[in-house]
Design a protein around this ligand. Sequence first.
Ligand SMILES: [Cu+2]
Length: 254
Amino acid sequence: MLRVRRGDRVNLTFDVPDDLNVAAHNMDFHAVYGPGGGADATTIAPGDDPTQISFTADYAGVFIYHCAIPNMDQHISSGMFGSILVEPEDGLPEVDNEFYLGQHEIYTDGDLGEEGHHGFDFDAMLKEEPTYVVFNGQAYGFTPDGGVPMAANTGETARVYFANGGPNLLSSWHAIGNVWSRFYRDGDLLTDPDRNVETAPVAPGTTAAAEMEFPVPGPVKIVDHALTRAARRGALGVVDVSGDPTRDIYDADP
Ligand SMILES: [Cu+2]
């Protein structure tokens, strides 16, 4: 996730290592006024030198960026997307922890759970039937088993930035055992946030941001509440909350 403040001048160099540069790529920043959100001027083909754009971050919010060449759906499904946060001039409310998750679908010619390399499956993508739906490129990566834990302590707060790369599926974004106490729909940071939202739609090609409190220890599971994706295809991450039991809020053994 890129992080700038409204009014910042951003000078961006876009390069692809020679050994990976086997197709054209570019970047469409939804935070940029300009042709293709910068895609036209950043397009780079195999053998090309790095491209550059310079833009002023003129409107605040949380936005997505993604590769936008003609095979953009395949490229996004290969992970070519992310988020750019344009903070308002006065910044954002202070929180103790910040996390970023980017959801997307992976369409493969292998079966769910099958070991080894899978090739890309255009037919599966055409039918919008992914093998995996993941956060930050890995099924169940942000879990105790996945090796990239998220952690917080009781009494702390967190803001989660969430981008749905898609390319095709709407996410039903939910925190199990918690609530989005302040929910910034579609990454709109200027309107007062919605309060105590349980599950919220995040369309492909947009973001959300949300704040949580952690009054109680234990895991908070962040999922796509289209639950087959969470239970079987990888769209689940865990914030492990440490601290002493706060029995006035929740008592598992009264
Ligand atoms: Cu690309």
